[in-house]
Each structure stands twice: as C-alpha cells, then as structure tokens.
Design a protein around this ligand. Structure first.
Ligand code: SAM
Ligand code: SF4
Length: 337
C-alpha cells in the first residue's frame, strides 16, 4: 500500500505546525455512559453504512502515512466494541510495520486481548479509569465494569509489555478519589494522568477543576517534583513521592486552562470518515465522500493536505469554569477522544 506518487511534504499547517499523529475513531458506540462524555440515555448510534469499513480505514491510513503520519492511536467510542476490531489492528500492524500503534480503551473488554495486542506491537496503551471504587464507577459510567477494568490493568502489568497510562478526567469530585487511587497505584508501574474536563455536549453537571488545583492538592500530600524532560506535547509530567514510597509518574493535561494549541501535532479521523483538525473546532473534511465517490489517492491526499493547512491557530474553549459560552459542538465519543 505504498503511494509513491504522493508528495511527501508532510502535513504542515499555515502556522508551521507539523502533524505526524493521527487518532482514528473506529466506532461511535460505547458500552459505557461516562457522565462527562455521553448523555445518560446515550447518543443515537449511527447507521452501519455511515461507518468506514476496514478496507476504507486501511486505505486512508496508507495515504496518511505517506503524508508523514508516524503514530496512529485507535480510539472511539470504545474501539473494542467494534466487531472485528482486532482483525483491523492485525491488518494495520501487518501493512504498516514501521508505524507506532497505540490504543485508548475503557478497559472493560480488554483483558482477553492483551497477549494479542502485545504480539501486534501495541506498546502505548491508555486505559480510562476515574476511580477504584466499584460503586463510584457505577455512578460515573452507568455500568458495573469496574472489576473487568482492574483485572485488565493487573494483567497488562503482569505481561510487562506496555507503556501503560491510566487516564482520569479531572473534576472537583476527583479530589476525593486521589488518595485511594494513589494508594492503589503508587506501587505499580503505571503513569496516572489527569485530564481537565472539556465541555462537550454532555458534562452532566460535572464540576470543572483547573489542573493547578490538582497540583496544589498533590503537593499538600507528598513531594511533587516537576519532570519537564518527561513532558509530552499535551501533558506536564511530575515525579510524585507519596507516603515514602518510590516516585510515581503523574501527568497533568490542561487543554482548557493552559491550551497547548501551539504544540499540537494531531489530527483526527472520525468513524464516519471526517477529518477533524481540532477536537474543538467546527471544521472538518469529508474523506468518506471522496472515498466512496471514487477519488484517487492523490485527490484524497490533496484534500487532507488542504484541510490540515487550514487548521485554526487555536481552539475556541474560553471557559475557566463550566459556565459561560464554552460548550463544544460534538460528542467526544463521535469524533474520537
Ligand atoms: N472509550 C475509550 C476510553 O474511554 O478510553 C476511548 C474514547 S474516550 C472518548 C477517550 C478519552 O476521552 C477517555 O480517556 C475519556 O476519559 C476522555 N474524555 C471523555 N469525555 C471527556 C471530557 N468531557 N473531558 C475530558 N476528557 C474526556
Ligand atoms: Fe465510552 Fe470512553 Fe466516552 Fe466513557 S469516555 S462513554 S468509555 S467513549
């Protein structure tokens, strides 16, 4: 699947940012109803015909990689609810052996797939988990999948094959979860990452907490030492020593209070084949229409390049709290978080 005829200028926008990271949402569906992500009665699932087929995703991946994408993260919705998702992953791994492949999942359906994921070269594995309390989990997600997630995390650690990050969304109630989360994970080889609540359609009364308040709370509990060398484009990294235990890695992701748009290197492909250059933007390009309309690879590559070129300089979330005109346009589960 090599498109040697495609220009290899890289995906650069008018502000000079180079894009080499693609997040691919393989489904809009999910088996959980996290309060901060989805309306409690769910979103109307899209008709199957609207969702990109495996071969369409693979063709687009080939074009994106030729345009300079080096890292691909599969997400959703919940990627593991898509029928045949592991086959898609296997094909991706086979066709594009030089590409870094990553997965973001809620972990509920993960445990039985971990060996295969290891064998398919998925090294970066992000599991979303906001609490280690089963009751709280039920309250937040509407399901009793907590035990399945905890077992998947334990198994992933046993296999010792993954760079494992646990993502928790930051809201005021998170502060109550800190001590049990730290007690449980500070002896395990995981990075805990806290992401500021972003105002998607359905935040269902969750209370925004700016990242600095979490940092203040952590500093009051132990030694929180900034480790800038571990920073990623989106996360501020810290080493945190807690109750005399070894330092654990903590990441703080502040998309609202400290936007990182100037460092953004990511683009998103939705499950319906729309290319979103910004999670909070209004602009997208319809690649599915081109694919199904018979466009050649060059034409699709041209559309992708043009879409990225026109990416806005920064997102439009202005809120410092959850009030005010800061609501985003689409459900996170649809675009792919
Ligand atoms: N279902 C998978 C999962 O939960 O990991 C993948 C998709 S989910 C949309 C990706 C990430 O987005 C999760 O870590 C989730 O916690 C985060 N997320 C969802 N809604 C959010 C919101 N309103 N603000 C911040 N992060 C959010
Ligand atoms: Fe599903 Fe992930 Fe959204 Fe939770 S955060 S509802 S697991 S897509």
């Amino acid at each position: 699947m090599k498109n040697d005829h495609i220009q290899k200028g890289g995906l650069v926008d008018l502000h000079g940012r180079v894009h080499d990271y693609l997040r691919v949402s393989v489904t809009d569906r999910c088996n959980l109803r996290c309060r901060y992500c989805m309306p409690q009665d769910g979103v109307e699932p899209l008709p199957h015909v609207d969702i990109l087929r495996h071969e369409e995703i693979l063709r687009l991946l080939g074009i994106f990689l030729d345009l300079g994408i080096k890292k691909v993260r599969f997400t959703g919705g919940e990627p593991l609810v898509r029928r045949g998702f592991m086959d898609l992953l296997a094909e991706t791994s086979r066709l594009f052996p030089g590409t870094e492949l990553c997965l973001t999942t809620n972990g509920t359906l993960l445990k039985g797939h971990l060996e295969t994921l290891r064998d398919l070269r998925i090294r970066k594995l992000n599991i979303s988990l906001d609490t280690i309390s089963p009751e709280r989990y039920l309250e937040l997600t509407g399901t009793d999948g907590h035990r399945a997630v905890m077992e998947a995390i334990d198994r992933a650690l046993e296999l010792d094959a993954f760079d494992l990050k646990l993502n928790a969304v930051l809201f005021r109630e998170t502060l109550d979860e800190l001590v049990p989360m730290l007690d449980h994970f500070s002896q395990r080889r995981v990075t805990l990452r806290f992401i500021e609540l972003m105002p998607f359609g359905a935040v269902n009364g969750m209370d925004f907490l700016p990242a600095f308040e979490l940092e203040k709370a952590l500093s009051a509990m132990g030694a929180l030492v900034r480790n800038g060398s571990g920073d990623t484009r989106v996360a501020r990294m810290f080493d945190f020593t807690y109750r005399g235990r070894h330092a654990m890695k903590i990441g703080v992701i502040p998309p609202v209070s400290d936007r990182f748009c100037d460092r953004c290197n990511r683009v998103r492909l939705s499950s319906t084949g729309s290319l979103w250059t910004c999670l909070h933007g209004a602009d997208y390009c319809d690649l599915r229409g081109l694919l199904r309309g018979g466009a050649g690879d060059d034409e699709i590559a041209g559309a992708i390049t043009g879409c990225v070129m026109a990416k806005s300089r920064e997102h439009r979330l202005e809120c410092r709290g959850m009030e005010g005109p800061c609501s985003s346009l689409s459900a996170m589960s649809r675009i792919g978080g």
